[in-house]
Each structure stands twice: as structure tokens, then as C-alpha cells.
Write a protein that binds this ligand. Structure first.
Ligand code: SAH
Length: 367
């Protein structure tokens, strides 16, 4: 048993089974034994690899897209450039290098990072020192100003709750104890107003996931963008609407049992973008149509950039570069599994690469 497994078992025996969201939040962010709190989990030596760690091109094209939005909105002389969950700071470093070519952008930008992990804050501090970042524990701490923001694989790390459809009610999936070890169970079914709309497209036994912290984060971002201008780009794996159990644990690049080594495996779930778009609209901003990562990167010119970079490479470095381009864009790799959504002011166009909101019917096939 890990130290966190013992602490969780003690808590459950005195307080009863906990919702999945409490389990996930504790495993990822417990101040002493949490997964993110205690380590840098990224890269070949860690547990998982993300798009910015695969190629510099990812951050470069996104940085130029955000800089274009800044220019489209009359280039405000001071703005907040923000990233929640910046990992190793690689995405932001690549964005700043590319966007730095846009006259005036760097001088106007104030860099604000939202990061819960002290271990990763240290890595970010080393990589981004030249840009004098400010760190925050929550998005609500960002200064009130035009906000240009990017988030990659941030929402998939936020705690979800799971509900299993039973007749006309929903039974919440919980983490409890069975014979002294952690085990999944179900709370008694209840009618849930928040899931009433899902009675129409689910059947008995179906699992639906909700992520209240992600909706709250988007509402906070969208309110600022509606009030002060700006744009946000969210990229994550998932789809339009939650359907099915997507709770997943990853350790050393392989799936594992999410209850087996709490605090020692990365826990994630697919991101459902429909509730995030709805939260943005409710906060007074516009949400773009959802676009697959591969399509977005192509629209932003990633292949042209790849050709340019390839001219300076040969041998194994060239092979790796070609493989990285494929990994980011190909539909059978990350190109289709990962999706992107942009938030923008009602009166401004969406960032480059994004189409304005589309009618709901277009999403019908995209579970
Ligand atoms: N965006 C990076 C890292 C993704 S990993 C990349 O693409 O490589 C998830 C990141 O979110 C990590 O930096 C992790 O520490 C951070 N994180 C997870 N939960 C968080 C929370 N509740 N608040 C702030 N940061 C969080």
C-alpha cells in the first residue's frame, strides 16, 4: 500500500465512501503525497508525453494564432498572457519564441501561470525566467485585463464525478473499501436536475461524467474575455458530450488500475467540451466550433513549418521530426483523439484555425 492508499482507507473507514472527484483530487494534488505535487511526470522517463513535448511546432503555431488574435483586437498595450497547467513550460516557451516575432507582443504581455504543483513550478521558473512569470493557484487570481490564454491537457487532470443511469435516476460511482482495500461502489440512485437532459440520449447502465471544476474555470476565463477582450484556446483529449467511463490511470506510459497505486499514477478523464462551451456562453463570451487537433494544426500551417525545420535536419533527427509531425496531426495518432475549442469576445472573430460556433445538429454524431 502507498502512504496515500493508507490515508484514503482511514478516511473512508471514518467518513464513508467518497465521490470519484474527491479520490482524483487527493491522488493528484495531496500536499504531501499527490502525484503532481511530488514530481515532474512528463517525458520518456516519466509517465506520459504531451504535444508540446513531442515537437516545438505545436507551441509555435499556437503562439502565432494567439498573437494574431491580439493584433485583430487592436493590440492592447498591456494584457495577461496566461496558461493553466503549464507542465514543464515548454508550450509557453515555444509560443513566446514564435509570437515574439510579432512587433509589440512581448512588450505588452505579462506572463501569468496557474500551477498547483511546486515541483513543476520549479521547472517552469527555470525555463521561463526571462519572461518573469507570476504564479497563481487558481484562475480567479489573474489580474483583470485583456486575457490571452492557452491550456493543453489541463482539463483532463481536473476531478470528475461519474453517474450510472438507473431507470430515471443516477447512481454516483464512489470509492470505498472492500476487505480493507480500495474498491469502486455505487451510491443509491437519485434524480439529478443537472443530468435531466441526458435522460434523452442515455440508456440504463450508461455512465455520464461531469467536471464542475472545468466548467468553473471556463466561466472565469470567459467572463474576463467578455469584459476585457482576449481569446482562449483549450486543447484536450475527449469529445463533445460525455458518454461512458473514461477514467484512466497511466504509469510509465502504460495503463494501470486507478485504485492500485494512488498518488503514483496519472489520473485523467476525457474532456466533454459541450458543457465548457455552454459555460463560456453563459458567462457572456462566444465559443467556437470544436475542431480536431490535426485539422487545427494543419490550418495553422504546421506542415509548412515542418518542411522548413526539416531543411536543417538529417539522419535520425529528421526521422524523429517526421514522426513527431505525424504523431501530432495524423487521425490515427493524436490528430483526432485531441480536440480544440476557442473562446472569444462576441464582437471579435475566433482565433485563426477556428470556425465560429456551428449549429448543434453538426455535433450529433460526435459523442
Ligand atoms: N500543459 C502541459 C502539462 C499538462 S499536465 C503540457 O501540455 O505538457 C497537467 C498540468 O496541470 C500539470 O502542470 C499539473 O501540475 C497541472 N495541474 C493539474 N491540476 C491542477 C489544478 N487543479 N490547478 C492548477 N494546475 C493543475
Amino acid at each position: 500500500m502507498t502512504p496515500l492508499a493508507r490515508a484514503l482507507a482511514r478516511r473512508i473507514s471514518s467518513c464513508g465512501p467518497m465521490p470519484l472527484s474527491d479520490y482524483m483530487a487527493t491522488c493528484l494534488l495531496d500536499p504531501e503525497h499527490g502525484y503532481y505535487t511530488t514530481r515532474d511526470p512528463l517525458g520518456a522517463a516519466g509517465d506520459f508525453t504531451t504535444a508540446p513535448e513531442i515537437s516545438q511546432m505545436f507551441g509555435e503555431v499556437l503562439g502565432l494564432a494567439l498573437a494574431q488574435s491580439w493584433a485583430d483586437q487592436a493590440a492592447p498595450a498591456r494584457f495577461v498572457l496566461a496558461e493553466p497547467g503549464p507542465g514543464r513550460g515548454t508550450l509557453m516557451a515555444d509560443m513566446l519564441r514564435a509570437a515574439g516575432r510579432v512587433p509589440g507582443f512581448l512588450a505588452a504581455a505579462r506572463l501569468h501561470l496557474v500551477e498547483a504543483s511546486p515541483a513543476l513550478r520549479a521547472v517552469q521558473a527555470a525555463k521561463l525566467a526571462a519572461f518573469q512569470p507570476h504564479w497563481h493557484t487558481g484562475l480567479s487570481e489573474l489580474p483583470e485585463a485583456p486575457l490571452f490564454l492557452v491550456a493543453n491537457e489541463f482539463f483532463d487532470a481536473l476531478p470528475i464525478r461519474q453517474f450510472v443511469r438507473q431507470h430515471d435516476g443516477w447512481a454516483e460511482r464512489q470509492v470505498g473499501l472492500s476487505g480493507g482495500t480500495l474498491a469502486f461502489g455505487l451510491a443509491p440512485p437519485l434524480p439529478l436536475a443537472a443530468l435531466a437532459a441526458r435522460l434523452a440520449d442515455t440508456r440504463e447502465g450508461d455512465v455520464v461524467e461531469t467536471c464542475a471544476p472545468a466548467e468553473a474555470a471556463v466561466a472565469e476565463i470567459a467572463r474576463r474575455i467578455a469584459a476585457h477582450g482576449g481569446a482562449a484556446i483549450f486543447i484536450d483529449y475527449g469529445g463533445w458530450q460525455s458518454l461512458g467511463d473514461t477514467f484512466q490511470a497511466l504509469r510509465k506510459h502504460a495503463p494501470c488500475n486507478p485504485l492500485e497505486r494512488p498518488g503514483e499514477a496519472d489520473l485523467t478523464a476525457h474532456v466533454a467540451f459541450a458543457p465548457l462551451a455552454a459555460a463560456a456562453r453563459a458567462a457572456g463570451a462566444a465559443a467556437s466550433a470544436l475542431v480536431p487537433q490535426g485539422v487545427l494544426l494543419e490550418r495553422l500551417g504546421v506542415t509548412e513549418r515542418a518542411r522548413k525545420l526539416a531543411q536543417q535536419l538529417s539522419g535520425a533527427a529528421l526521422e524523429n521530426h517526421i514522426a513527431a509531425h505525424r504523431r501530432l496531426t495524423h487521425p490515427q495518432e493524436m490528430g483526432n483523439l485531441f480536440k480544440a475549442l476557442a473562446i472569444h469576445p462576441l464582437g471579435a472573430p475566433p482565433p485563426a484555425g477556428f470556425a465560429p460556433d456551428q449549429p448543434k445538429a453538426d455535433h450529433a454524431h460526435d459523442a
